[in-house]
Design a protein around this ligand. Structure first.
Ligand code: HEC
Length: 418
């Protein structure tokens, strides 16, 4: 099969996997958000709840043109229904599609997507092993923590888990490309969430159902552990979702302190989740939401671009009456300086007809074939080449520091001229 066709099929495989991952993820997290909402909005003082029916609360909802009435039992109904719905396949398929996507996108392309020579000169095989190890180690460490004496100290346990992930983000970002570091922190958290469902929450529920159908009392300790894991999953959701989309924003993972940016945003995510968990209560920590939003602003500030200072008196290039470009005294680079750099370092991939093997279309639609396109994408070129240095991808085309500097001063000149 010729290279272009392989690349085309690989592209489609990634797209379809991502689609499936997204769909199953929406189904899983959506159901989890919904049940969380139910729990928080149950009317515990209602008539059904106040009688001796064993009902903890109920609520009415209207959706899709119909009325729904739901009841929650204190423990369990006196007699188990014949059809009982479980929620687990969404989680399992989110994991499967996510893991295959991780392999297809990162592990089969490790030299382009996992390695950044400015971070560490490691071999692709090493990068893949580091990635896999981060998933497995995170689960074993987390699971051991939840089984330890710490499990009775909810807040402290949460803090230790958070510190582990901050450490993981730091360690991975000093071994792998920023993009791979971020996705592996997300994948490690996601792995824990799915393992919680598969190894703790579902078995505990199965136990409960078995005990009830044989007329025994369910094991309280298992139920308590399941509740703890499910609470963790709840707090993990927003940081994980952020990491998944951050892959399209080099501003975040391309920052020189990318792990710290992630820590700040994760705290904000946990904070926002907490706000939605408690806001139905009469008394709750009202500062949580504003502080979380302030942290997001801090992340925006931390990732700000900084334009190089242009020497005083340097005039940007002007066009003469004849339409010819005239160099001013000081050498602010012009489009004529930039074009050859872009042609040499970028258009192998960023062209409407890419020549770099594995590319069939310009990545993210960014083609840099013409001066107009270069002009149009100026801010993004500056962001990826100078601020985050995430381009050229893995510096495959070996762009030099001097060339980056030329781009920086060209763009600064443009901005000053506006
Ligand atoms: C080896 C191929 C390759 C080379 C060479 C390369 N890029 Fe990219 N570029 C990519 C890929 C792949 C993406 C998409 C990344 C993603 O999916 O988020 C991308 C994305 C971009 C984006 C869009 C990022 C965004 O989020 O807005 C810009 C801008 C960009 N590249 C500029 C450049 C410039 C400028 C150069 C040359 C200095 C360059 N690239 C060299 C592969 C390459």
């Amino acid at each position: 099969m010729d290279g272009a066709l392989t690349a085309h099929l690989h592209d489609w495989l990634n797209l379809l996997l991502r689609w499936a991952h997204f769909i199953t993820g929406v189904a899983w997290i959506g159901a989890s958000f919904y049940f969380n909402w139910l729990e928080n909005h149950l009317e515990r003082q209602s008539r059904a709840a106040s009688s001796d029916s064993g009902i903890a609360g109920d609520l009415w909802a209207v959706h899709g043109g119909g009325f729904y009435y739901l009841q929650k039992y204190e423990v369990a109904p006196p007699k188990l229904p014949t059809t009982l719905h479980w929620f687990k396949y969404e989680a399992y398929f989110t994991f499967i599609t996510g893991f295959v996507l991780l392999c297809s996108l990162y592990y089969f392309n490790a030299s382009a997507y996992m390695i950044d020579p400015r971070v560490a000169e490691i071999a692709p095989g090493q990068a893949v092993l580091i990635g896999l190890a981060s998933l497995v180690l995170s689960w074993f460490f987390y699971d051991a923590l939840c089984r330890s004496a710490l499990s009775d100290k909810g807040l402290l346990l949460g803090l230790v888990i958070f510190v582990w992930f901050a450490f993981l983000a730091y360690a991975l970002s000093s071994l792998l490309s920023g993009r791979a570091a971020y996705i592996h922190v997300g994948a490690a958290i996601g792995t824990i969430m799915v393992a919680n469902v598969a190894h703790v929450i579902i078995p505990a529920q199965r136990d409960m159902v078995d005990a009830l159908s044989s007329g025994q009392a369910p094991d309280g300790a298992r139920g308590k552990n399941a509740l703890l894991r499910s609470r963790h999953n709840n707090y993990f959701t927003l940081p994980v979702l952020f990491i998944m989309i951050s892959n399209h924003y080099p501003t975040t993972y391309g920052n020189s302190l990318n792990w710290l940016v992630l820590v700040v945003i994760a705290i904000a995510g946990v904070g926002v989740r907490h706000f939605f968990n408690v806001r139905h209560l009469e008394k709750y920590q009202r500062w949580v939401l504003p502080v979380s939003l302030a942290l997001l602003l801090l992340a925006v500030y931390m990732t700000r671009p900084s334009l190089p200072t242009v020497p005083a008196g340097a005039e940007p290039v002007t066009e003469s009456a004849a339409g010819q470009e005239v160099e001013a005294e000081a050498a602010t680079p012009t489009m004529a300086d930039v074009v050859p750099i872009i042609e040499q370092r970028c258009t192998g991939c960023h062209s409407s007809a890419p020549t770099q093997p594995g590319f069939v279309a310009p990545p993210l639609g960014v083609a840099l074939d013409t001066q107009e396109e270069i002009e149009l994408h100026g801010p993004r070129i500056f962001a990826t080449v100078v601020t985050t240095r995430t381009m050229p991808l893995a510096n495959l085309t070996q762009m030099t520091a001097q060339e980056r500097d030329t781009i920086a001063r060209w763009y600064a000149g443009k901005v000053r001229n506006q």
